[in-house]
Design a protein around this ligand. Structure first.
Ligand SMILES: CSCC[C@H](NC(C)=O)C(=O)O
Ligand SMILES: [Zn+2]
Ligand SMILES: [Zn+2]
Length: 456
């Protein structure tokens, strides 16, 4: 192959860390049938090569969490947890791994410049593959940072654990959610955790200290059925119209709030989208049931609990007052608001939760916090500019925080477009290699945090 041309071969001069990253990217862990065994075999091989202890925990059938451990000199101290998920999301116009482009149509070719499971590197050093940003890069950067520190002969007081978990991309229910409830997780004695963040197109690095709570709500409207030619009263569609109006009016007010205040990011406001609409059997039959599904993401600053919405003494609120987004934004008891929107649409309107995260833990970013002091101190020394944010979507960090441990979402990818779950996901090899350097410094500082008062 001519030099500078994109291709699969590693080339004699390629940094071995990059070669390892590309090897991992070629393992087919794409949903709906991720080859987790292959990923675990690969990671175990790398861990053993690094002299790390290896443990496997099957949290449910076919779902194994791999734990690699670098024991600290004082194993009684709380540990550093480096978490990453092994699964990746499908590509549009799904292509089976190993298949060549020749078997696919032009549309497939349009979405991806290179086949998404071949980890092709172009002449600028951009590595294209599903998982290049989300988050196989981070897994290998953790491992390669440890390789570097071990080669330099370093050792630290605190133990460092790496966990490789399945199923994050489908909610983590058969992955991290189960794992944090296991004795094997408790035995890790976690003090501080790191997990995925997002790329950043600018010079700054995004750091996430909390996440919005995902609420997935299906609203069902029951009404009178009848012939499509008549003015049937009390129809499911009329009620659905009101439901949609209430939900989308709130959406609009939050959208405007974000737009009108440049200090806010997406993670600071509540987003709401209607993502599914069901109902009806025929053009001329008025249906007795319709359903709408909403994906709502709520910042940790919003009160989620029922019952805190109250008028002041002597004041009375009717249903129409309760429907105003302004009053809602002042009252902030989210489930009560959802219930009110549904009640306001008429009788026979009910809602059910398909996802309802109530945990609102955030991780301290105060300089007085020893973990944050170590993390931010390294970034200051390395002149890395940080942007502190609430993660707009959901990652496995929410389970770690809910279990009571501080967790920071950080994927060291600046000057990189945000391409997770997108076509043509790529990461530049220089950005990837810089990330290893960053993790090596972070691990040095975090694993050397002096004993905390609670640790004696
Ligand atoms: C709520 S479980 C689904 C998890 C998924 N995570 C990401 C990062 O896309 C999401 O936020 O939709
Ligand atoms: Zn991810
Ligand atoms: Zn993802």
């Amino acid at each position: 192959m001519a030099p500078g041309k994109p291709g699969k071969s590693t080339g004699a001069s390629e940094n071995p860390s990059v070669t390892l990253f590309r090897e991992y990217l070629r393992i087919d862990t794409v949903h709906p049938k991720p080859d987790y065994d292959a990923a675990v075999r690969f990671l175990e091989r790398v861990g053993t090569d690094l002299g790390l202890a290896c443990q496997k925990v099957e949290v449910c059938q076919g779902r194994v969490v791999l734990i690699l451990t670098w024991q600290g000199t004082n194993p009684r101290l709380r540990s550093i947890l480096l978490n990453s998920h092994t699964d990746v999301v499908p590509v549009f116009e799904v292509l089976g791994q190993g298949e060549g482009w020749e078997e696919h149509g032009e549309e497939d070719r349009e979405h991806w410049t290179y086949p998404p499971f071949e980890a092709v590197k172009d002449s600028q050093g951009n590595i294209y593959a599903r998982g290049a940003q989300d988050m196989k890069c981070v897994s290998i950067q953790y491992l390669e940072a440890i390789r570097r520190l071990k080669t330099e002969g370093k050792s630290f007081a605190r133990t460092i654990h790496l966990t490789f978990v399945p199923d994050e991309e489908v909610g983590g229910h058969k992955g991290m959610e189960m794992f944090v409830k296991r004795p094997e997780f408790k035995a890790l004695n976690v003090g501080f955790a790191m997990d995925e963040g997002l790329a950043s197109p600018s010079d700054t690095f995004s750091v996430f200290y909390g996440e919005r709570s995902p609420w997935w709500i299906k609203v069902k409207c029951m009404g009178s059925p009848g012939h499509g030619s008549r003015f049937i009263s009390n129809t499911a569609a009329e009620k659905m119209h009101k439901v949609i109006n209430s939900f989308l009016a709130f959406r609009e007010s939050e959208k405007q709030r974000l737009k009108s205040d440049s200090s806010l990011t997406l993670g600071d406001v509540t987003s709401l989208n209607m993502t599914m609409l069901e109902g009806g059997v025929s053009f001329n039959v008025v249906p007795s049931e319709m359903a709408a599904s909403f994906d709502i993401r709520i910042p940790p600053t919003v009160d989620l609990k029922v019952g805190t919405i109250q008028p002041h003494p002597g004041e009375e609120w009717d249903e129409s007052t309760l429907l105003t987004p302004l009053l809602w934004s002042l009252s902030q008891a989210f489930e009560e608001q959802v219930a009110t929107w549904c009640r306001g649409a008429g009788d026979g309107v009910t809602y059910e939760f398909h996802q309802k995260c109530m945990d609102q833990h955030i991780t301290s970013t105060e300089e007085s916090d020893p973990w944050w002091k170590a993390f931010s101190g390294v970034c200051r020394d390395m002149k890395l500019q940080l942007k502190l944010e609430i993660f707009p979507a959901a990652t496995d960090s929410r389970y770690i925080r809910a279990a009571g441990h501080p967790a920071i979402g950080f994927s060291p990818m600046n000057r990189t477009p945000v391409l997770l779950h997108d076509h043509n996901e790529f990461l530049n090899e220089q950005v990837f290699l810089r990330g290893i350097e960053i993790y090596a410094r972070l691990l040095t500082a975090l694993a050397s945090v002096p004993p905390l008062p609670a640790e004696g």
